[in-house]
Design a protein around this ligand. Structure first.
Ligand code: PMP
Length: 358
């Protein structure tokens, strides 16, 4: 830290993203990316002509992409906010709606960026403990009179709540902004997107990073009432008017044009998820029910940190947090069948080495 850093940030601890090793080839199951490349339409869209226009700024309003997204979800362009990854949507949500007098509540075990944004903007954070088996109890959020951020499916647990439960939370906090972070909604969950037509305090966040194989393109979006979206636009146009680059905009449109391709990939991921869970069951692991492209699992015989470290030594990256309430657990992204077979083979080796015959 230099002497120049504003005292506002004295206690700020940055979010630590999952490892992105650039040197060694790992079976990479640690940051919930898709194992599948973007669709052929995306390759065609990032063409020479588009690259040739990189001397020009992109459309700051993202009209073409918004129109395509609006048609896709049967909403109006005024219901849509485009973000540089859904992390940027989160950033603008905290910036726009939370402050020292408007605290924010979120599950105590959830996406690690929520407390970081709270700290960045000096917002009191109210982490709400999960119940048994990391279950989120909707009543813990009903009528609490605070802004609320909930990931559904939750990360890193993969567990979901229903649209009716989300509606209860949104309806009973009418004077507060609620963000439902649906980064992982397309792997078997039910989106609450339709609720934005009834509730002006709801923002639904989604991303192109997971289901749509575009993590490297950085494209996310929020859906909400025109008023709440206008507030997010105010933040964006006061921060960076050109937050979505030209190539990503083109890739986004092409992605929406090839929805079938991605649906098919999601079915494969869901099949691989069921397969991986059943194989882990046989090895004595306990795995939470997941509707995401990852699972949260623990081994009864070997602790989470050891599993994580030994897998890494063997060339497989998964995610592990040294936080007491989840230290037993590892989050494993669901990749291709071949990747999951390598993961399972290495797990079997680790159990053998620990004297636990698989
Ligand atoms: N929300 C949750 C719950 C996530 O796990 C992630 C991915 N780390 C994000 C949002 C952000 O994803 P992106 O910025 O790539 O859209």
């Amino acid at each position: 830290m230099s002497k120049f850093l504003s005292s506002r940030f004295a206690g700020l601890e940055a979010y630590v993203p999952g490892e992105q090793p650039q040197d060694q080839q790992y079976v990479k199951l640690n940051t919930n990316e898709s194992p599948f490349p973007p669709s052929p339409a995306v390759f065609a869209a990032i063409n020479e002509a588009e690259v040739g226009r990189l001397n020009l700024y992109p459309d700051p309003e993202g009209k073409a992409l918004k129109q395509r997204l609006a048609a896709f979800y049967d909403v109006k362009p005024e219901n849509l906010f485009l973000a540089n990854g859904s992390d940027e949507l989160l950033n603008f949500f905290f910036m726009a709606f939370c402050d020292k007098d408007r605290p924010v509540a979120f599950p105590a075990v959830s996406y690690g960026f929520y407390p970081v944004y709270a700290s960045l903007y000096g917002v009191p954070a109210c982490p709400i403990p999960l119940r048994e088996n990391f279950r989120l109890e909707p009543r813990d959020y009903m009528g609490i009179g605070k802004n609320i951020v909930i990931a559904n499916p939750n990360a890193p647990t993969g567990r979901t709540i229903t649209v009716a439960e989300i509606e209860d939370i949104v309806r009973t906090n009418p004077d507060n902004a609620v963000l439902i972070d649906e980064a992982y909604i397309d792997f078997g969950g039910d989106s609450c997107l339709e609720l934005v037509h009834q509730y002006d305090n709801l923002v639904v966040g989604q991303t192109f990073s997971k289901f749509r194989s575009l993590a490297g393109g950085r494209l996310g979006y929020g859906v909400g009432s025109p008023g709440i979206i206008a507030d997010l636009e105010l933040m964006k146009f006061s921060t960076n008017s050109y937050n979505i680059n030209r190539l990503t905009m083109a890739a986004g449109i092409a992605t929406l044009d090839s929805h079938e391709y991605y649906l098919n990939n999601s079915r494969t991921v869901q099949d691989n998820r069921a397969y991986t869970v059943s194989e882990l069951d046989k090895l004595g692991f306990e795995t939470l029910p997941s509707k995401a492209n990852f699972i949260f699992t623990r081994c009864k015989a070997v602790d989470g940190d050891t599993i994580y470290r030994k897998l890494k030594e063997k060339g497989v990256l998964v995610r592990h947090w040294n936080k007491p309430e989840i230290a037993d657990w590892c989050r494993v992204t669901i990749g291709s069948r071949a990747q999951m077979d390598v993961f399972l083979e290495k797990v079997r080796e680790i159990l053998k080495e620990a004297g636990q015959d698989a």
